[in-house]
Design a protein around this ligand. Structure first.
Ligand SMILES: Cc1cc2nc3c(=O)[nH]c(=O)nc-3n(C[C@H](O)[C@H](O)[C@H](O)COP(=O)(O)OP(=O)(O)OC[C@H]3O[C@@H](n4cnc5c(N)ncnc54)[C@H](O)[C@@H]3O)c2cc1C
Length: 240
């Protein structure tokens, strides 16, 4: 049985608590996610670090853009008109010779940022895959990639077990997947920490605020760091 029903359904909770190990970190940030009917303002994804907070410009198609903005957890976006979002983005991504195009909102939702890992990913005949077992903050953009990697490996393992009677891959499925997931958990935690100014109440805020531009400078100016970031972002560094 494959438990691949996302974070909110039974697959995540089915393994008994006495067996289940949970590692979780809830970040003091949330991302409103706005889908807008407007052509992307740029060909590339933009991640912005600004004293007001993180902002991201992403795209879904030639005519639909996706915009994310860091807000405090618990922010009520239901009553938001387009203006606060647009102003937030325009300020946080302000650059000479570039401007953010606006269009009607198609969808809006809010995502609490969290890292979550529930192990093992196999319990008896139940194999868990994707968000049913792990969540990474979307800053690293690897959640869907991880889910696909899980089912790809699980599919091959089940075929080998059923067709050839060899159980080595199903036996190692959970440990192998968890190595991949922890690596991605580290990467998305690192990206999140680098790009989100800490809340003022954080006793380390002054230190972190001065370190973040240095981290970003290193990630974008060192070939070794940029290669590591790209390999983690695409998943190319993960061979298991
Ligand atoms: C704001 C945001 C941005 C993101 N951006 C990225 C990104 O850029 N790149 C990236 O890689 N990832 C990203 N992710 C993460 C990605 O969306 C998830 O990690 C991924 O969708 C997980 O896939 P999944 O199949 O495990 O779960 P889900 O996508 O939740 O799919 C589970 C499916 O199971 C179905 N289901 C549930 N219960 C049952 C049932 N009883 N019977 C049958 N079907 C059932 C549901 O209807 C659903 O279709 C983002 C997530 C968020 C919230």
């Amino acid at each position: 049985m494959a438990g691949c029903d996302g974070f909110h359904r039974v697959g995540r909770q089915t393994i008994p608590e006495s067996v289940r190990m949970v590692a979780e970190r809830v970040y003091p940030f949330a991302w409103p996610d706005i889908l807008a009917e407007v052509a992307p303002s740029t060909d590339e994804l933009i991640y912005a670090l600004h004293p007001d907070g993180f902002a991201m410009h992403s795209m879904r198609s030639d005519t639909v853009s996706r915009l994310y903005l860091k807000v405090d957890p618990g922010e009520d976006i239901a009553g938001w008109s387009r203006r606060p979002h647009l102003e937030g983005h325009s300020t946080r991504m302000a650059l000479d010779s570039w401007s953010l195009q606006s269009g009607p909102t198609l969808e809006k939702s809010i995502t609490q940022m969290r890292s979550f890992l529930s192990s093992p990913m196999r319990w008896g005949q139940l194999f868990r895959a994707g968000d049913a077992s792990h969540i990474v903050p979307p800053t690293g953009a690897t959640g869907l990639n991880l889910a696909i990697a899980d089912v790809t490996k699980l599919g091959a393992a089940l075929v080998r077990a059923i067709q050839e009677g060899r159980t080595d891959l199903v036996d190692s499925y959970s440990d192998d997947a968890l190595r991949r997931v922890w690596q991605s958990t580290y990467f998305s935690w690192w990206m999140t920490s680098m790009l989100h100014p800490p809340p003022r109440s954080d006793p380390n805020a002054a230190f972190l605020l001065q370190m973040q531009p240095m981290q970003l400078d290193y990630a974008t100016s060192s070939a070794a760091a940029a290669t590591g970031l790209a390999g983690n972002y695409t998943g190319a560094v993960r061979s298991y």
